[in-house]
Design a protein around this ligand. Sequence first.
Ligand SMILES: [Zn+2]
Length: 412
Amino acid sequence: MIHQHLKKFKTISATKEGITRLGLSEWEDKAHAAAAAVFSRSRRVKNIRDQAGNTFLVNGDGPGPYVVMGSHLDTVPNGGWLDGALGVAAALAAMQKVLRKHRNAPVAVAIWADEEGYRFGNGLWGSRAFAGKVSEQELLLRDWEGTLLAELLAELGLQKKPRRSRETGELVTKFAYKPPIEVAVYAEAHIEQGRQLIDAGKRVGLVTHVSGIRRWRLESMGETNHAGTTPMRERRDALVPIAGMVGRLPQLVRGVTNGVITCGAMGVEPGVANVIPNQAWAIVEHRAPTDRDQDEIARRLKELVATTGPRAPGVGLEMLPIASAPPTPMSEAVTSRFEEICHKAGVESMRMVSMAAHDVMSVAQVAPAGLFFIPSIKGVSHRPDEDSRGEDIKLAGDIMHRWALAELERVL
Ligand SMILES: [Zn+2]
């Protein structure tokens, strides 16, 4: 069953190369509809769309609480076929199997909208809305075409149109959201997207923590001038301190277990070959499994900024926080249940930290939640050749099914 669902999702893509199914797009909608179609003949399973674009397939009428399984169906451009889709397919297959024996079981599948946050740069959109973690400010984000997130949500019929204040002329947005169901407990299956499992020769990764992410904008201000006629000592080149720092970033995570740091975006103004830059910026993000480690990396980064800035006279260097997600521990009860299921099935598992963010981080704010991984072939993801072995994909569905049964035993 799980393979069947995955094959269907694979055909839903805006392009032929890889899978392109951006969040909050008609392609994501089509995938949600394909998932809902699995239960279209059931009278009991309700298809609920919430005000953030999430889809819930709920076996019952009331608000719950429910045993919930889920993931997302959006991808990055030219992404792979398993990131997110695996978790949704495993959840669908598990729920189908559960309902065959227990018609009235309080189970639900959650399909979170726009997990990747590709278009507006804000990840975990739908699951954060569910957990009450979306701010009105966020609706003012714009994509590369200048479209406001608030406008897009109105276009999709999810939220009211933003209006302009008569007094100030500013846009006024309001995010209306009520979670449609209550979650008793939540589980998510995902591909690892790394190579810890293959390297260790294990088939299942039991996630104990999802690492925290902090993102900073480093901004440097100088002065433009002619690149030929301005002597070196008279320059106020904004790029020099930023460029010097980026080369030293890898040193900042030395000795921090599972600590990683990246500068993935940079810019320079005016960006002309014969003009000295008057402005330069870089986005730096770092991840680590504990707040203490994150504090230590941030301290080292601040120190680097403080010592790099003054070396370029007349150039200011600033470090501004732009996003922060704390490390999120998973529910020990859920993790040990996965562990027990693997043990009973004779499947080798290992406990590990997830260095990538997942919807389960949001759900963990409101209910006990857990996450497990299956191996990614070659450890690659977010590209067309992302893949996992057929038997591991099947295993994800089996673990989900057994987990749901075990949780329901406590509720039924
Ligand atoms: Zn994912």
